[in-house]
Write a protein that binds this ligand. Structure first.
Ligand code: C2E
Ligand code: CA
Ligand code: CA
Ligand code: CA
Length: 282
């Protein structure tokens, strides 16, 4: 038994060392990812539940490493945040996404429903003084109306440093961009701070959406969130909508927008070329 314990310990020790080494390798590789052109942006459609029309896209970062293959943002975004690399790559993504949106809007012509693009902004970017200037520059370069640019922030990210975040968020609001709370329901979910933040959109987390339409326990929570956001004149995006059952239920409850595999997976811009000209998402 004693030997076993030693082995178990040795095993743990090795895997811990591996983890540290993997992490350092990943960090090293991430430092050069942007300049080597290994980062790209995928876009996932966001649909108007009432009409089925395309309303916009969420821009999601992708990293294709030459030997590791595609690395999940769940693995590299936290490293990018801790190392501060997110500031540079985030600014790059903002430019890419705004430029892509301007191209799509031009391709659709002036009579079409105006599309938005939604970009994830980490707490590290909110803390960094450069973000407001980057957003201002990107709007000027692309000529996009500011409200077409949505910035997604997480509840926990904002709550972590409310005072610093508030100053940045107010400056962004003054630019006229649309602020969205991401993963709503998973963080602190204090109703009072929703009132304090210059937010126009709430993105309801996938964990609440996955059970709706099947008399799941979360239905009453989703109903309550929809009632509250309606009273506050906020629009809601349901995340992770995968089935017709879910979209039907959400539409009946008066949810505004939906995003998920039912409408399309994140993909490169070229894969959405046809969707841009279609009347409805599906
Ligand atoms: P998120 O912002 O909550 O993004 C939604 C995630 O859910 C995406 O994963 C998307 O591919 C996935 N998803 C969308 N529809 C469905 C669905 O119907 N079912 C299921 N099961 N999943 C769905 P992804 O692209 O792997 O991104 C993971 C997270 O990484 C994002 O979560 C976001 O927090 C972070 N992230 C991605 N790109 C960026 C970025 O550019 N900047 C920052 N700061 N974070 C990013
Ligand atoms: Ca998001
Ligand atoms: Ca989310
Ligand atoms: Ca999430």
């Amino acid at each position: 038994a004693k030997g076993q314990g030693r082995n178990a310990y040795a095993l743990f020790d090795t895997s811990l060392r591996d983890q540290v080494r993997d992490r350092m390798n990943l960090e090293q590789a991430l430092r050069s990812a942007l300049s080597r052109g290994e980062l790209s942006v995928h876009y996932q459609p966001i649909a108007d539940l009432a009409t089925g029309e395309l309303d916009g896209f969420e821009a999601l970062m992708r990293w294709q490493h030459p030997t590791l293959g595609s690395v999940s943002p769940l693995d590299f975004i936290p490293i990018a945040e801790e190392t501060g690399l997110i500031v540079e790559s985030g600014a790059w993504l903002l430019r890419e996404a705004a430029g892509q949106l301007a191209q799509w809007r031009a391709a659709r012509g002036p009579g079409a429903r105006p599309l938005h693009v939604s970009v994830n902004v980490s707490v590290r970017q909110l803390r960094d003084g450069a973000l407001v200037g980057v957003v201002r520059d990107v709007l000027a370069e692309t000529g996009l109306p500011p409200e077409a640019l949505w910035l997604e922030i997480t509840e926990s990210g904002v709550m972590e440093e409310l005072e610093t975040a508030l100053a940045t968020l107010d400056a962004l609001r003054d630019l006229g961009v649309t602020m969205a709370i991401d993963d709503f329901g998973t963080g602190y979910s204090s109703l009072s701070y929703l009132n304090r933040l210059p937010v126009g959109i709430v993105k309801l987390d996938r964990s609440f959406v996955c059970e709706v339409g099947r008399h799941g326990a979360n239905e009453s929570i989703v109903r309550a969130v929809l009632a509250m956001t309606r009273a506050m004149h906020l629009r809601v995006v349901a995340e992770g909508v995968e089935t017709e059952l879910q979209s039907d239920w959400l539409r009946e409850q008066g949810c505004d927008l939906a995003q998920g595999w039912l409408y399309g997976k994140p993909a490169l811009p070229a894969e959405h070329d046809e969707l841009i000209h279609r009347a409805t998402v599906r």
